[in-house]
Design a protein around this ligand. Structure first.
Ligand SMILES: C[S@@+](CC[C@H](N)C(=O)[O-])C[C@H]1O[C@@H](n2cnc3c(N)ncnc32)[C@H](O)[C@@H]1O
Ligand SMILES: Nc1nc2[nH]cc(C(=O)O)c2c(=O)[nH]1
Ligand code: SF4
Ligand SMILES: [Mg+2]
Length: 238
């Protein structure tokens, strides 16, 4: 048995965030998280509300489903969650994807390690700022980042307020050699008023840009929105 708890499989869509923003990709979203961020936009993966959606799947079945949805029109799969790093069996899925010439992206927060991280092509670590109410274990994060430092990795911190911004700077300074992304926080993950949401998010993006541009301590940084929210709002599975 090498099953993986899957919450949703979707795509093709664009990667809306971070180091490979705009990339055509399929998504595999796993269930369960060791964190419970105050503003998690995927809380259905861990708060019980999506329990009925969880399917225990063999890696081969996930590959079959990906091909069903994406046909032969994709070369990239992003694994997100929840925290996929809780799941040892993702190793089997990674091997199947590699064998079929698929590039793999991973979204995780840097709280857990798996050896299959070594096989990920584009690895995003997203440590959580104070507004999330999570506490970063820096010894653990140091260890993980050291292990993957020769791979294609990036750090991405979501910013909601000044305190988060200061935390982001601390992360950037601690791991100054690693490509660094600031990401706009979405504090209304339930609204269906897409126009209002876009206005709010654009204003926040503008605030974050203004702040970063005059900050000499942020020299080499990329400031990004969650692009998919501009197109599809809070819609799930896109
Ligand atoms: C849902 S998480 C899943 C992967 C992993 N648990 C993590 O947090 O990195 C995927 C990405 O969405 C970001 N995210 C979650 N909620 C958000 C929100 N309300 N606004 C902006 N980004 C958010 C996370 O910081 C992370 O970078
Ligand atoms: N289009 C799109 N891009 C994303 N980038 C990271 C996502 C995530 O939830 O991990 C995500 C997502 O859910 N959709
Ligand atoms: S670590 Fe990621 S999935 Fe887990 S609660 Fe935070 S944002 Fe959500
Ligand atoms: Mg998301």
């Amino acid at each position: 048995m090498s099953k993986i708890p899957v919450m949703e499989i979707f795509g093709p869509t664009i990667q809306g965030e971070g180091m490979v923003i705009g990339q055509k990709t399929m998504f595999v979203r796993t269930a369960g998280c060791d964190y419970s961020c105050a503003w998690c936009d995927s809380s259905f993966t861990w708060d019980g509300t999506g329990k009925h959606l969880i399917t225990q799947m063999e890696p081969e079945d996930i590959w079959t489903k990906l091909k069903q949805l994406g046909g032969s029109g994709f070369r990239f799969v992003t694994i997100s969650g929840g925290n996929p790093a809780l799941i040892k069996n993702i190793d089997g899925l990674v091997d199947i994807l590699k064998k079929n010439g698929i590039q793999i992206g991973l979204e995780t927060q840097g709280s857990k390690w798996q050896d299959w991280f070594y096989k990920i092509d584009e690895l995003t670590i997203s440590p959580k700022p104070p507004s999330s109410r999570m506490i970063t274990d820096f010894d653990r994060l140091d260890e993980i980042i050291l292990r993957i430092s020769r791979q294609n990795i990036s750090l991405k911190v979501v910013v909601f307020n000044d305190e988060d911004y200061d935390y982001a700077k601390k992360i950037h300074q601690r791991y100054s050699e690693i490509p660094f992304f600031l990401q706009v926080g979405n504090d209304d993950c339930s609204t269906t008023d897409d126009d209002q949401l876009m206005m709010t998010l654009l204003n926040k993006y503008s605030w974050l840009i203004d702040k970063t541009m005059v900050d000499d301590e942020f020299q080499n940084v990329k400031v990004l929105p969650q692009l998919h929210t501009y197109i599809w709002g809070n819609k799930r599975g896109v």
